[in-house]
Every structure is written in C-alpha cells, then in structure tokens.
Design a protein around this ligand. Sequence first.
Ligand SMILES: [Zn+2]
Ligand SMILES: [Zn+2]
Ligand SMILES: [Zn+2]
Length: 168
Amino acid sequence: MYKLSKSISRLRIKCKNETHGCAATFPLSEEYCHSTSCLYEPVPCPHQGCGAQVLRRDLEAHVQRCEHWRQLCPMGCGTVLSHQTQAQHNCYRQLRQEYEAQRQTHRAIAAALQRKMRKMQSTMAHMKRQIGLICESLEVMDNQEEEAENAGESSSSSSGSSSSSSSS
Ligand SMILES: [Zn+2]
Ligand SMILES: [Zn+2]
Ligand SMILES: [Zn+2]
C-alpha cells in the first residue's frame, strides 16, 4: 500500500494548462505547487469590476491596459484616474472644473428656490384676493341683514334686487 501511494506520487503528470500552452510535467504531489506559479494558469484580473481571467504570463500586460484600472491621483488632488483620464489629467484644471460644476449646481438650486418663492408669492396674492372677496361678501351680507332688520318684509325684496344689480 505504501509502495503504491509512493509510486502514485512519483507519477509524472502533465500540467492541466497544457491546452493553454504549458509543457511542464511534474510529480502529482507537486501539482498544487506548480499551479500557483504556472505561467499558463488563468488568474482573475485584480481590478474591481473587470472580472477578466487571463493567463498569469499575460496578467501584467493586461493590468497595464485594463480599462478597469483605477488609481488615485499621485499628486493628491483626490481624483480617481483611469487610463482614459490619466494622460490628460491636470490637478488644477480638475479642481477648477469641479468648482465650476459646484457653482452651477448652486446656481440651479438658487434659481429653483426663487421660482418656488415666486410661486408661493403668487399663491399668497391669490389667497389675499380671495380673502378680500370673502370679506367683501361678508360685509355685503352684514349690510343686507342690517337692512333686512331695519326695513319691513316688502322693502327687503327690493334691497335684494338692488344689491344684485350693483354686483353685476
Ligand atoms: Zn503549468
Ligand atoms: Zn482587467
Ligand atoms: Zn490630480
């Protein structure tokens, strides 16, 4: 039994990445050890969001041109750089652009607030007019009641007709 296991461990096997181009053969016992260093082993790209599996020997080249490559600006401006933005990145211009963008959003907020305020003002003016009309009609009603109290039943009908003609 011992002999068998020993002979199995001595058995030379081909690398499982033979199809990718690895020609290495090694004892079964070294399979794991080889796979951690095999240049033809597919390994995931370390950049977040990439998800690409590339052969270990191609990893360095892939990482350098991976579109998911991200790095904070080495000058410390706080911008996250990608391959596309890295070449033309300029801290001063970047900060200025951010400042301008912020100013524009502030302007937009101020304009929206102003619009809201104008709307509220017009609503308030409208309400004021409505209240004025209500007060007027209440006064008219008061007057009518007073007139009705002061005058007899026959004259109250005439006062009603006169008020309707004045309102129209
Ligand atoms: Zn291999
Ligand atoms: Zn990648
Ligand atoms: Zn920068």
